[in-house]
Design a protein around this ligand. Structure first.
Ligand code: MTE
Ligand code: MO
Length: 383
């Protein structure tokens, strides 16, 4: 693999793997703004960053179970109605390092910042599929397609040197309310190379792995994508399954992510002065489920206070307000009395009443995905 043409990156990013480049911002960067700046957005790659230069000649092909395969040039995609969707992208491996501490898991280590909130600009996949005769809100295409596969150009060793790929069900792809985008902008700027220039998929509410970057081909297929990252990775196994007894075909590829939250105003072992401190962080759930509540405890979980939640800075968040960003995280803040040598905890509840598990052990899985256990911070007082 050739890593000689990687783009420049912000020096404050914590590098978890250099080649391929995997890095996350410091925790504090996530709570500095509702929309995560592009340079502070985590970067998750499985191979070198492709270089796509001749943008005039760049096109995405739509193939598979369609009457007429079609080439879509950037001008064609830009000519479609443009949408801006504020959506949080989260890697399924977010918080993996903490899961590995109870029992080793396989995968790149991540603290709590393999997540970011972006404003994605682009065309809706539902509009794009209409160009090849697949109607909105259909579950089967006229030629029997039930899944939409996204194929990239980056070469990954996991795919035996082939391109990264993933698929989503056709009913999600053709649902305009699902807001699946072919995005060419991030936070109002042209998408940069690290995040998929010139075009990427954004599947809101779903683990980041399905939001394929550097999109090359859209394939309408009858069965879900058989690629490595769908079939041999990013599946949730019970704690009893290990590398000796794993049978990959027994589980579905992970799609929606579960309710999650993390404290970002404190490091793992935080040294604070006793007294009142403000605890802030993010909370998010998959599938467009809003955040109903965030609870914070400063006494190891004996008592809790409810945190305030907001999206656009300053305005209180209400999950049933139709103007809220349904695919995006909320930031939260709560004032608590810092204990001496205690534990500060945060946990969130989504609008379906889903809660986070108290401990990581019960959700431990060999790939270390979906660590959504209560986020616990050990405090050491400085006096
Ligand atoms: N798309 C391609 N082509 N190659 C990749 O390695 N990584 C996926 C996804 N799309 C990946 C990809 C994973 S696992 C995640 S979490 C997100 O992209 C990360 O997106 P970001 O780097 O823009 O934050
Ligand atoms: Mo990921």
């Amino acid at each position: 693999s050739d890593y000689s043409n990687e783009p420049p990156r912000h020096p404050a990013l914590k590098i978890n793997s250099k080649e391929p480049f995997n890095a996350e911002p410091p925790r504090s960067a996530l709570v500095s703004s509702y929309v995560t700046p592009v340079d502070m957005f985590y970067k998750r790659n499985h191979g070198p960053i492709p270089t796509i230069d001749d943008i005039e000649r760049f096109y995405v092909s739509i193939e598979g179970l369609v009457d007429q395969p079609k080439k879509l040039y950037m001008a064609d995609i830009r000519a479609l109605p443009k949408y801006h969707v504020t959506a949080t992208l989260q890697c399924a491996g977010n918080r993996r390092t903490a899961m590995s501490k109870t029992r080793t898991v396989k995968g790149v280590g991540w603290d709590v910042s393999a997540i970011g909130n972006g404003v994605w600009g682009g065309a809706k996949l539902a509009d794009v599929l209409e160009l090849v005769g697949i109607h909105k809100l259909s579950t089967v295409s006229p030629l029997g397609g039930k899944h939409v596969e996204f194929v990239s150009v980056d070469m990954c060793k996991e795919e035996s040197g082939g391109p990264y790929k993933a698929s989503i069900p056709l009913c999600q792809a053709t649902n305009p309310e699902g807001d699946v985008l072919l995005a060419y902008e991030m936070n109002g700027e042209i998408l940069n190379r690290d995040h998929g220039y010139p075009l990427r998929v954004i599947v809101p509410g779903v683990i980041g792995a399905r939001s394929v970057k550097w999109l090359d081909c859209i394939n309408v297929i009858s069965e879900e994508c058989q690629g490595f990252f769908m079939q041999k990775d990013y599946k949730m196994f019970p704690p009893t399954v290990d590398w000796n007894n794993i049978n990959w075909s027994t589980r579905r590829p992970q799609m929606d992510f579960p309710v999650q939250c993390a404290i970002c105003s404190l490091e793992d072992v935080a040294v604070v002065k006793g007294g009142k401190i403000t605890v802030s962080g993010y909370a998010v759930s998959g599938g467009g489920r809003g955040i109903e509540r965030v609870d914070v405890s400063a006494d190891g979980g004996k008592t809790w206070v409810e945190a305030s939640r907001y999206q656009t800075n300053g305005t209180p968040y209400c999950s049933d307000d139709p103007s809220c960003d349904k695919w995006a995280w909320v930031l939260f803040a709560a004032e608590v009395n810092a204990p001496h040598n205690g534990e500060i905890i945060a946990k969130a509840v989504d609008i379906a009443g889903n809660v986070q598990p108290a401990n990581v052990e019960e959700i431990w899985n060999l790939r270390g995905i979906l660590n959504t256990s209560w986020h616990r911070i050990q405090l050491k007082c400085s006096h």
